[in-house]
Design a protein around this ligand. Sequence first.
Ligand code: NAD
Length: 498
Amino acid sequence: MVKQIHHFIGGKIVEGTSGNFGDVFNPSTGELSAKVALATRAEVEAGIANAAEAFPIWSNTSPMARAKVMFKFKQLVEQNMDSLAELLSSEHGKTFTDAKGDVTRGLDVVDFACGIPHLLKGEYSENVARGIDVYSMRQALGVCAGITPFNFPAMVPMWMFAVAIACGNTFVLKPSEKDPSVPMRLAELMMEAGAPAGVLNVVNGGKEAVDTILTDPRVPAISFVGSTPIAKYVYATGAAHGKRVQAMGGAKNHMIIMPDADLDQAADALIGAGFGSAGERCMAISVAVPVGEATAEALRERLVPRVQNLKFGPSMADGDFGPLVSGDHLRKVRGYVDLGVQEGAELVVDGREVNIQGYENGFYMGGCLFDRVTPEMRIYKEEIFGPVLSIVRAKSFDEAAALPTEHEFGNGVSIFTRDGDTAREFARNVQVGMVGVNVPIPVPVAFHTFGGWKNSAFGDTNQHGPEGVRFFTKIKTMTSRWPTGIRSGADFHIPTMG
Ligand code: NAD
């Protein structure tokens, strides 16, 4: 019988009762590896009720005691790194090494959360009027919720729950139904680290589970990461129900290659950023924009052999990338490559048909490289989320710089150049949330914040860093004056009892 994955509520596994299950695959073999229970409204409500019950005690626990749990959790995740990465790789399809990176980038946010007591300190102004002081404090919100995508099943949940819980909130996580095992394991490790039951609950499910979170009055804040249409829906529905929502969406990230760039370096960077994790990263580079024909020709010459020689295969083998997450997603990405050919782009390297001996049913495709892609094409406008890199040739810096600015998405962008002035002007003016200069994937470190612009993010606070603390706390400002009665007159006798 195939393994079943249920929910984690009140510190223990709780069996799903809906009778509805989602399929979890091993993308390397294409086999069904588990069935995940899809929660009903009542089951999600039970998770929320449990988190609500845990909130008074947890929010009254001292910030240092909460930080101690995060320190212990960090230690446990480090001790379990290999087994977590293997589990992650077996459901997502990213390589073992890349899966360790997924866990490690999440742990960086746990490190940050260990220091959150420092950021919960309020402000104080003495004597704003005679005898009056003003001070502010940051307080936890209550039951916060996170809804996460398949592509970073360790990092993105940790972006959210580590910060929320260290701030004194309790948390309900609704992970992607495609790879739910690592989030479940993380919740177990949080309990082992000393978080009281109910502080972190995991409910598995799909739309019904999400809709329950979006409408339940006991949930004041929702953090979402996923595709743009769902991000928009979550943002609008959550806001209509009076919640604060941050909702990160899809992306189309450009890399601009100036004529003065080191082209070998730029080509290597493009290969890693475009094809790592089979392109299933919201910060993957999917558009290369060489400036000038000579740069375009020289870059293409370097990219072609690199794309042809990409090593891909089962996720636990030592390749550059593994399979895509599901058969459906594989068909969608291949469909985009077919579309690009129909739209008139030049398919320079075609990775659509591959056969890996012994793994014939796995969800594999090789690297694809398009040249002469234009901004009118759907393969340029839409997020493909696969191992497909497009070259859009620009005649000038201005033409190149306008592309990411005018694109509907604005998650990440990068420029490769040796010219500081060009880089500075580009970074200042581009309408994108995260910018790399000679850095292909500018994912900010945990104590800065992560977030895109335009249709890549809805809401006004980013993930983690001080912005994350702001999102998961509310500010209260006190204005106080004390009566002066006890100070009138003097008492010269030594105080005595009675
Ligand atoms: P997705 O939008 O399909 O799913 C994300 C979450 O929403 C999942 O938990 C899913 O169960 C839920 N969901 C799906 N359909 C829903 C519906 N109709 N109603 C309510 N909830 C629904 O995204 P995905 O395929 O899991 O992840 C890939 C996407 O996430 C890509 O677009 C990628 O760019 C994006 N992403 C963005 C960031 C970022 O920070 N901007 C980071 C990682 C991934």
